[in-house]
Design a protein around this ligand. Structure first.
Ligand code: ADP
Ligand code: MG
Length: 177
């Protein structure tokens, strides 16, 4: 069963904080697939993810120009894939993403919906959308056991079940009607 949690953030910083909280919980080999329109905040979220994974200076992370994949070295390496400029799936095939999935790094893939056939079965799916100038909705879905567990952890954090005061100060989004 798919596990899901939805956040609504009120600023760029809040989005980065949600990303960081999730990044801290990712294990080597983790894959995070991001979808959402231009300006939805995917790259900002990824800055948070990288910070949580332990990458130094994650603020330098930006949307790559002509390189589809950027590597940030660290104890756990971080790979940022941005498929915005991808013209056809074949271009991504040559990246050898499967090899990365088996590796010890964490990979975040922006515009993951452009390569559905290349995505692993188990991953964290992050779907972002624009609400207004400063607000974004972040839907996080776990596919596969360890990602479902992760969503459970984040969910309980959001509900205040965690004993430590949550660092992320975001309101849960209203349930779907
Ligand atoms: P994407 O990678 O999805 O195209 P970016 O992360 O590059 O989007 O850009 C999002 C833009 O929206 C940034 O300029 C960011 O500062 C702004 N923004 C405003 N509010 C938010 C928010 N709540 N979360 C994320 N970004 C936000
Ligand atoms: Mg981007």
């Amino acid at each position: 069963m798919l596990k899901k949690v939805v956040f609504q953030t009120k600023s760029t910083l809040e989005t980065i904080r949600v990303g960081k909280d999730i990044g801290r919980r990712l294990l080597p080999g983790a894959v995070v697939a991001l979808v959402g329109d231009l300006g939805a905040g995917k790259t900002q979220f990824i800055k948070g993810l990288a910070a949580g994974v332990g990458i130094r200076n994650p603020t330098y992370i930006s949307s790559p120009s002509f390189t589809l994949i950027h590597e940030y070295p660290g104890k756990i390496p971080f790979y940022h894939v941005d498929l915005f400029r991808l013209e056809k799936v074949e271009e991504a095939e040559s990246l050898g993403l499967e090899d990365y999935f088996l590796g010890r790094g964490v990979m975040a893939i922006e515009w993951a919906d452009r390569i559905p056939s290349l995505l692993p079965e188990e991953m964290l799916l992050v779907s972002m959308s624009y609400i207004d100038k400063d607000r974004r909705s972040i839907e996080i879905i776990g596919k596969g056991r360890r990602y479902e567990d992760l969503v459970n952890q984040v969910q309980s954090l959001e509900l205040g079940v965690r004993r430590k005061k949550p660092k992320v100060n975001c309101e849960p989004a209203p349930p779907n009607e």
